[in-house]
Design a protein around this ligand. Structure first.
Ligand code: FE
Length: 371
């Protein structure tokens, strides 16, 4: 059966719906209102079983399809809340927007931190970074949209991130590193825009050896949809496209671009009780509730329910989103500064290990040349 157009059933009312399909033998157009019995009778006789099932279970269903797009039954996942970011000074003194951790929200298990840097244009000598500092017990993700970051660590790794590149670093048992703007950016200034995301590791993996997954922009798989969504799939599986990063617990991460009039509708795996969008740029409406959110807002979905995450672009500007989802670890979290463990004793141990040099020290290797 093919389902074309968009239809939404809520309170047993069908809006703007059009069903066609030779096998289903259904031809219903522009029906404004159906009562529950008629709808379910249609369901048993002709509507796809899944759709009828959704109607019975939830009393609300939205489905969409497009030319060339196989039928999809879409059950919206309810929204939980829209949380605005706070502005926080980080590293050597740069300002980031941060939806969590804040006084209002400690984390989004297993995500510990989301920092949005910029977009900002630095003048010559103004660009700042995060000089040498340690991490233990979790993973850090750096995703750069504009600018250049030089990365160097205590295990002798060096690297540069350019626009569209991503680095997924597993700190595990411990590492010391620096994340600094590239030389050209420091000297001449320029535009910087990027993200830092921290993902917790389960207790069983906090002591794994440090490691990296570096992704050049061209290596991030892209899912392009007929409904106008462009999805760079970093981790997890979305629209049938597998992300390039291997995660230690189930995590989904994607960069979603919705051009004017475009929409996003995709479900995460059933165990992803944590699911939210972060609005990078533009504005849109989210969920079947059509709650509005704009740049800097975090839009989180109900933890206890599955279903499709809905987003629709609004206004003149494209809507840029980060999509984050995961199976929560549900473990005790003890965190202080750059260390995230399960107990306060482990945090004290991390500080004493760092002071004793057991997390390593950086021996400068980056030649101070153009990247
Ligand atoms: Fe760091």
């Amino acid at each position: 059966m093919l389902v074309r157009g968009v239809f939404l059933a809520r309170n047993l009312t069908l809006h703007r719906h059009a069903l066609t399909g030779p096998r289903a033998k259904v031809r219903v157009r522009s029906v404004k209102r159906l009562d529950r019995r008629a709808l379910l009778a249609m369901g048993s006789a002709a509507l796809p079983t899944a759709l009828a099932g959704c109607l019975r279970e939830r009393g609300s269903v939205m489905s969409q399809g497009a030319q060339g797009d196989a039928a999809r039954v879409i059950v919206p996942r309810p929204l939980a809340e829209v949380v605005p970011s706070e502005r926080v000074t980080e590293g050597a003194g740069f300002v980031v927007r941060r939806p969590f951790p804040t006084m209002r929200r400690a984390m989004a298990d297993p995500f510990l931190l989301l920092d949005h840097l910029g977009p900002v244009v630095y003048g010559p000598g103004q660009a700042m970074g995060a000089p040498d500092h340690p991490h233990r017990g979790f993973e850090t993700i750096s995703y750069l949209l504009d600018g250049e970051i030089e990365h160097e660590d205590s295990r002798g790794n060096v690297g540069r991130l350019h626009p569209g590149d991503l680095q997924w670093m597993t700190a595990g048992q411990g590492i010391a590193h620096s994340e600094m703007p590239g030389r050209r950016l420091r000297e001449r200034g320029g535009r910087v825009h990027g993200f830092q995301i921290w993902v917790n590791l389960p207790a069983s993996q906090k002591w794994v050896a440090p490691g990296y997954q570096d992704l050049r922009a061209a290596a991030v798989p892209l899912a392009e949809r007929p409904d106008g969504a462009r999805v760079r799939v970093i981790a997890g599986r979305l629209y049938g496209v597998e992300g390039a990063v291997r995660t230690r617990t189930p995590v989904s991460l994607a960069h979603v671009t919705l051009a004017r009039g475009a929409r996003f509708a995709e479900a995460l795996p059933d165990d992803h009780a944590t699911a939210f969008f972060y609005v990078i740029e533009g504005r849109g409406v989210f969920g079947a509730e059509r709650r509005e959110a704009r740049e800097g807002d975090m839009v989180s979905f109900a933890a206890a329910q599955t279903g499709h995450l809905l987003a629709e672009q609004q206004g003149a500007q494209a809507l840029e989103l980060l999509l984050l989802g995961a199976r929560p670890l549900r473990e005790p979290v003890a965190r202080y500064g750059p260390f995230v463990m399960n107990t306060s004793d482990e945090i004290a141990q991390a500080f004493s290990d760092y002071r004793a040099g057991r997390l390593g020290r950086i021996t400068r290797r980056i030649a101070d040349t153009e990247g």
